[in-house]
Design a protein around this ligand. Structure first.
Ligand SMILES: O=C(O)c1ccccc1NCC(=O)[C@H](O)[C@H](O)COP(=O)(O)O
Length: 209
Protein backbone atom coordinates (compact mmCIF):
# COMPACT_ATOMS: atom_id res chain seq x y z
CA UNK A 1 0.00 0.00 0.00
CA UNK A 2 1.27 3.51 -0.76
CA UNK A 3 2.63 5.32 2.25
CA UNK A 4 0.96 8.57 3.24
CA UNK A 5 3.37 11.51 3.62
CA UNK A 6 2.96 14.53 5.87
CA UNK A 7 5.26 17.53 5.58
CA UNK A 8 4.86 19.49 8.79
CA UNK A 9 5.60 23.05 9.85
CA UNK A 10 5.29 24.70 6.44
CA UNK A 11 5.21 28.48 6.53
CA UNK A 12 5.54 29.83 2.98
CA UNK A 13 3.47 29.55 -0.17
CA UNK A 14 6.45 28.19 -2.12
CA UNK A 15 7.10 25.33 0.26
CA UNK A 16 3.40 24.46 0.53
CA UNK A 17 3.27 24.26 -3.29
CA UNK A 18 6.48 22.21 -3.36
CA UNK A 19 5.05 19.70 -0.89
CA UNK A 20 1.79 19.39 -2.81
CA UNK A 21 3.59 19.02 -6.15
CA UNK A 22 5.96 16.42 -4.70
CA UNK A 23 3.04 14.21 -3.69
CA UNK A 24 2.60 14.93 0.02
CA UNK A 25 -0.79 13.66 1.16
CA UNK A 26 -0.88 15.88 4.26
CA UNK A 27 0.63 19.23 5.15
CA UNK A 28 0.98 20.51 8.71
CA UNK A 29 0.53 24.10 9.89
CA UNK A 30 1.77 24.84 13.41
CA UNK A 31 -0.09 27.21 15.72
CA UNK A 32 2.10 27.19 18.83
CA UNK A 33 3.77 30.54 19.59
CA UNK A 34 7.06 29.18 21.02
CA UNK A 35 7.76 27.22 17.82
CA UNK A 36 10.00 28.58 15.04
CA UNK A 37 7.24 27.25 12.72
CA UNK A 38 4.41 29.13 14.44
CA UNK A 39 1.86 30.78 12.15
CA UNK A 40 -0.65 33.44 13.11
CA UNK A 41 -4.18 32.43 12.16
CA UNK A 42 -4.36 34.73 9.13
CA UNK A 43 -1.06 33.42 7.75
CA UNK A 44 -2.20 29.83 8.26
CA UNK A 45 -5.55 30.55 6.58
CA UNK A 46 -3.79 31.99 3.53
CA UNK A 47 -1.58 28.91 3.19
CA UNK A 48 -4.55 26.62 3.77
CA UNK A 49 -6.35 28.26 0.84
CA UNK A 50 -3.57 27.13 -1.54
CA UNK A 51 -3.97 23.45 -0.73
CA UNK A 52 -6.08 21.34 -3.10
CA UNK A 53 -8.84 19.19 -1.65
CA UNK A 54 -6.83 16.04 -2.46
CA UNK A 55 -4.27 17.03 0.21
CA UNK A 56 -5.30 17.11 3.86
CA UNK A 57 -4.41 20.10 6.04
CA UNK A 58 -3.39 19.29 9.60
CA UNK A 59 -3.47 22.02 12.27
CA UNK A 60 -0.97 21.39 15.08
CA UNK A 61 -1.44 22.71 18.58
CA UNK A 62 -0.15 21.89 22.05
CA UNK A 63 -1.92 22.60 25.34
CA UNK A 64 -4.08 25.28 23.72
CA UNK A 65 -7.04 26.90 25.46
CA UNK A 66 -10.46 25.75 24.15
CA UNK A 67 -11.25 29.25 22.82
CA UNK A 68 -8.00 29.27 20.86
CA UNK A 69 -8.73 25.89 19.30
CA UNK A 70 -12.20 27.06 18.30
CA UNK A 71 -10.85 30.27 16.76
CA UNK A 72 -8.12 28.39 14.90
CA UNK A 73 -10.55 25.81 13.50
CA UNK A 74 -12.99 28.54 12.41
CA UNK A 75 -10.27 30.56 10.71
CA UNK A 76 -8.06 27.85 9.17
CA UNK A 77 -10.68 25.20 8.46
CA UNK A 78 -8.26 22.28 8.73
CA UNK A 79 -9.21 18.73 7.81
CA UNK A 80 -7.48 17.38 10.89
CA UNK A 81 -6.33 18.75 14.27
CA UNK A 82 -3.18 17.19 15.74
CA UNK A 83 -2.70 17.53 19.48
CA UNK A 84 0.87 17.53 20.68
CA UNK A 85 0.62 18.41 24.37
CA UNK A 86 -0.82 17.06 27.63
CA UNK A 87 -4.40 16.98 26.36
CA UNK A 88 -6.69 14.26 27.77
CA UNK A 89 -8.55 11.69 25.67
CA UNK A 90 -11.87 13.16 26.84
CA UNK A 91 -10.94 16.69 25.80
CA UNK A 92 -9.62 15.64 22.39
CA UNK A 93 -12.69 13.49 21.82
CA UNK A 94 -14.91 16.47 22.66
CA UNK A 95 -13.17 18.58 20.01
CA UNK A 96 -13.61 15.71 17.55
CA UNK A 97 -17.35 15.58 18.13
CA UNK A 98 -18.00 19.30 18.40
CA UNK A 99 -15.91 20.34 15.40
CA UNK A 100 -16.76 17.18 13.43
CA UNK A 101 -13.13 16.87 12.41
CA UNK A 102 -10.57 14.12 12.36
CA UNK A 103 -8.25 14.37 15.38
CA UNK A 104 -4.78 12.92 15.89
CA UNK A 105 -2.69 12.63 19.07
CA UNK A 106 1.08 12.62 19.22
CA UNK A 107 2.62 10.14 21.66
CA UNK A 108 6.30 10.43 22.62
CA UNK A 109 7.86 6.96 22.74
CA UNK A 110 10.67 6.15 25.14
CA UNK A 111 9.65 2.67 26.26
CA UNK A 112 7.40 -0.16 25.11
CA UNK A 113 4.99 0.28 28.03
CA UNK A 114 3.94 3.62 26.55
CA UNK A 115 2.43 1.73 23.63
CA UNK A 116 0.08 -0.16 25.93
CA UNK A 117 -0.77 3.02 27.84
CA UNK A 118 -1.58 4.67 24.51
CA UNK A 119 -4.53 2.32 24.07
CA UNK A 120 -6.48 4.81 26.20
CA UNK A 121 -6.76 6.82 22.97
CA UNK A 122 -8.60 4.02 21.14
CA UNK A 123 -12.02 5.28 20.09
CA UNK A 124 -11.08 8.84 21.03
CA UNK A 125 -8.82 9.78 18.12
CA UNK A 126 -8.56 8.89 14.44
CA UNK A 127 -4.79 8.35 14.43
CA UNK A 128 -1.85 8.16 16.85
CA UNK A 129 1.42 9.75 15.79
CA UNK A 130 4.40 8.03 17.42
CA UNK A 131 7.17 10.59 17.84
CA UNK A 132 10.31 11.11 19.91
CA UNK A 133 9.61 12.27 23.48
CA UNK A 134 9.09 16.04 23.89
CA UNK A 135 12.14 18.18 24.56
CA UNK A 136 12.42 21.95 24.24
CA UNK A 137 9.39 21.79 21.97
CA UNK A 138 6.55 19.25 22.24
CA UNK A 139 7.43 18.14 18.69
CA UNK A 140 9.54 19.12 15.73
CA UNK A 141 12.84 18.47 17.55
CA UNK A 142 14.43 16.44 14.75
CA UNK A 143 15.19 13.45 16.96
CA UNK A 144 14.37 9.86 16.18
CA UNK A 145 13.29 7.29 18.77
CA UNK A 146 14.13 3.59 18.78
CA UNK A 147 11.92 2.15 16.02
CA UNK A 148 12.40 -1.32 17.55
CA UNK A 149 9.86 -0.25 20.18
CA UNK A 150 7.20 -0.63 17.49
CA UNK A 151 8.30 -4.14 16.49
CA UNK A 152 5.48 -6.66 16.81
CA UNK A 153 3.17 -4.06 18.31
CA UNK A 154 -0.44 -4.77 17.38
CA UNK A 155 -1.80 -1.37 16.38
CA UNK A 156 -5.47 -1.07 17.23
CA UNK A 157 -6.06 2.23 15.42
CA UNK A 158 -4.41 4.00 12.46
CA UNK A 159 -0.99 5.42 13.26
CA UNK A 160 1.92 7.42 11.90
CA UNK A 161 5.68 7.59 12.43
CA UNK A 162 7.47 10.88 13.19
CA UNK A 163 10.69 12.05 14.79
CA UNK A 164 13.95 12.72 13.01
CA UNK A 165 12.81 11.40 9.63
CA UNK A 166 14.90 12.62 6.70
CA UNK A 167 15.19 11.90 2.97
CA UNK A 168 18.04 9.52 3.86
CA UNK A 169 16.33 7.41 6.53
CA UNK A 170 12.64 7.48 5.62
CA UNK A 171 12.67 4.45 3.29
CA UNK A 172 14.44 2.38 5.99
CA UNK A 173 11.95 3.63 8.59
CA UNK A 174 9.02 2.52 6.46
CA UNK A 175 10.62 -0.88 5.80
CA UNK A 176 11.43 -1.51 9.45
CA UNK A 177 8.21 -0.27 11.04
CA UNK A 178 5.60 -0.70 8.31
CA UNK A 179 4.44 2.86 9.02
CA UNK A 180 1.34 3.71 6.97
CA UNK A 181 2.09 7.45 7.28
CA UNK A 182 5.41 9.24 7.77
CA UNK A 183 5.74 12.78 9.09
CA UNK A 184 8.72 15.10 8.93
CA UNK A 185 9.56 18.66 9.85
CA UNK A 186 13.23 19.27 10.79
CA UNK A 187 14.42 16.71 8.25
CA UNK A 188 13.35 18.94 5.37
CA UNK A 189 14.74 22.18 6.80
CA UNK A 190 17.98 24.11 6.22
CA UNK A 191 17.56 25.83 9.63
CA UNK A 192 14.86 25.63 12.35
CA UNK A 193 11.63 26.77 10.72
CA UNK A 194 13.17 27.21 7.25
CA UNK A 195 11.92 24.56 4.87
CA UNK A 196 14.06 23.50 1.90
CA UNK A 197 12.19 22.68 -1.30
CA UNK A 198 14.83 20.22 -2.55
CA UNK A 199 14.69 18.32 0.73
CA UNK A 200 10.88 18.26 0.61
CA UNK A 201 11.03 16.75 -2.89
CA UNK A 202 13.72 14.26 -1.88
CA UNK A 203 11.73 13.19 1.20
CA UNK A 204 8.53 12.63 -0.78
CA UNK A 205 10.40 10.74 -3.49
CA UNK A 206 12.07 8.44 -0.96
CA UNK A 207 8.87 7.84 1.01
CA UNK A 208 6.72 7.22 -2.05
CA UNK A 209 9.22 5.01 -3.96
O1 LIG B 1 7.15 21.48 14.66
C1 LIG B 1 6.94 22.17 15.66
O2 LIG B 1 7.54 23.22 15.89
C2 LIG B 1 5.93 21.72 16.65
C3 LIG B 1 5.61 22.53 17.72
C4 LIG B 1 4.67 22.14 18.65
C5 LIG B 1 4.07 20.93 18.52
C6 LIG B 1 4.38 20.08 17.47
C7 LIG B 1 5.31 20.48 16.53
N1 LIG B 1 5.66 19.64 15.48
C8 LIG B 1 5.13 18.33 15.43
C9 LIG B 1 5.26 17.54 14.21
O3 LIG B 1 4.30 17.02 13.69
C10 LIG B 1 6.57 17.17 13.69
O4 LIG B 1 6.42 16.95 12.33
C11 LIG B 1 7.02 15.88 14.35
O5 LIG B 1 7.16 16.12 15.74
C12 LIG B 1 8.34 15.47 13.79
O6 LIG B 1 9.28 16.51 13.89
P1 LIG B 1 10.78 16.30 13.40
O7 LIG B 1 11.43 15.34 14.32
O8 LIG B 1 11.36 17.66 13.48
O9 LIG B 1 10.71 15.80 12.00
Amino acid sequence: MTTLVKICGLSTAETVDAAVDAGATHIGLVHFPPSPRHLELDEAAKLRARVPASVKVVLLTANAEPAMIGAAIDRIKPDIVQFHGKETPEWVSLVRHQAKLEVWKAVGLREKATLERARKWDGKVDRLLFDAPAKALPGGNGEAFDWNLLAEHEHSIPWALAGGLTPDNVAKAIRETGAPLVDTSSGVESAPGVKDMDLIRAFCQAALA
